[in-house]
Design a protein around this ligand. Structure first.
Ligand code: NAD
Length: 349
């Protein structure tokens, strides 16, 4: 029974989608529509079984409710997973069959890109469905909505540095960037342009060489980046990087990066607070992509409006870090309470 699933959290609706002709198996989870239509990306992954897919979609959809709420967006939380290999030649047919299920919801749920589903795939979904955002055709050729996420990271670092070090002038501020992919590389460019001094790493040497040449960055090995003698550590690669092994070795006073699920376990939020490190909760600072790309759901598509909305992260992050410092509590707990509180207040009206 789904209501007894350990990750069930009062989700409004969970829909199992099937299309025998296309071979589609997918699940849509709408966690909350209290703040507005549920919104969250579409993941395509060859899950080992349906139980794993269900666990993932229940967790991810709740996460979207919190992310959209903390970002101040007029959106609820939802997510969908398609159980398939994104490299499959059947991908276009699967996307088309899936889009019919999203269309049937008539705007209760909007979807977009995620792991295995890119902006060009979102355009395929949009051929059959009116409730798709972050489509390649909505932007100029070559624009990647991840750039919105990267800009949010830059705004977040400025806010955190101001709170902890007293000025948001990044000239000479030392930042270690872990992972130079779609988000980390663009974040590094913003930081370099603002005068920050970069230490970088990646498992792909060619992208490290590029950052050294373009930004004058210092390169370190992937297993040493968290120990760098810097002011800010920006994890932009994998999750669970903040754990029992790494936290005692971190020298930065601020952690603000774009990777998802940075805390290995929730207790590591307290460990960071105890170590006197200001941690910007990942789902708050990496909401820039959602904030930028989702504009089309509730207003006209405008790059300026997207950027202005992302800049609001500055105040949100300042409040979270100041509250955490004054109450001596983990910033992640403050963010969760803020996000849940906004949903609760809206539901009570
Ligand atoms: P990406 O795949 O483009 O980049 C990740 C980079 O990390 C790659 O260059 C990879 O080589 C590198 N990497 C992998 N393992 C590493 C290691 N052990 N040490 C150092 N570098 C390593 O991904 P992305 O889109 O930049 O996303 C990065 C993180 O941010 C992910 O956790 C993602 O879920 C999260 N995120 C991304 C977005 C977005 O808009 N792209 C939005 C929200 C959250």
């Amino acid at each position: 029974m789904i209501h007894e699933h350990p990750d069930f959290d009062g989700h409004e609706q969970v829909i199992f989608c099937h299309d025998s002709q296309a071979g589609l198996r997918a699940i849509i989870a709408i966690h909350s529509t209290v703040l507005g239509p549920a919104a969250g990306g579409c993941r395509m992954h060859p899950y080992a079984n349906e139980a794993d897919a269900l666990t993932d979609v229940l967790r991810l959809s709740k996460g979207m409710s919190y992310k959209n709420s903390a970002a101040g967006l007029p959106l609820g939380g939802g997510k969908c997973v398609i159980i398939a290999d994104p490299g499959s030649p059947d991908k276009p047919a699967l996307l088309e069959a899936f889009a019919r299920h999203v269309q049937a919801l008539q705007g209760r749920y909007w979807t977009a890109i995620d792991i295995g589903v890119g902006p060009e795939d979102a355009d395929i979904l949009a051929q059959t469905c009116d409730f798709i955002f972050a489509r390649a055709s909505q932007y100029e050729p070559g624009f990647n909505p991840s750039s919105f996420t990267a800009y949010g990271g830059f705004v977040g670092i400025r806010a955190a540095v101001k709170t902890v070090l007293g000025s948001d002038d990044l000239t000479g501020i030392r930042v270690a960037v872990q992972g130079l992919g779609a988000t980390g590389y663009v974040l590094s460019k913003h930081l370099h342009d603002a005068g920050a001094r970069l230490t970088v790493t990646d498992v792909r040497p060619e992208t490290v060489d590029r950052a050294v040449a373009e930004f004058g960055a210092k390169a370190v090995s992937p297993d040493a980046i968290h120990m760098a003698d810097v002011d800010v550590f920006a994890p932009c690669a994998l999750g669970a990087g903040l754990n029992d092994r790494t936290i005692p070795e971190i020298r930065a006073k601020v952690i603000c990066g774009l990777a998802n699920n940075q805390l290995a376990e929730s207790r590591h939020g307290q460990a960071l607070a105890d170590a006197g490190i200001a941690y910007v909760p990942d789902y708050v600072v990496n909401a820039g992509g959602m904030m930028g790309a989702s504009t089309v759901i509730f207003s006209e598509l405008s790059r300026d409006a997207s950027i202005r909305r992302i800049e609001e992260l500055h105040d949100t992050i300042t409040v979270i870090l100041e509250t955490a410092a004054s109450e001596g509590r983990p910033s992640a707990d403050i963010a969760d309470e803020m996000a849940a509180g906004r949903i609760r207040n809206a539901a009570a009206k």
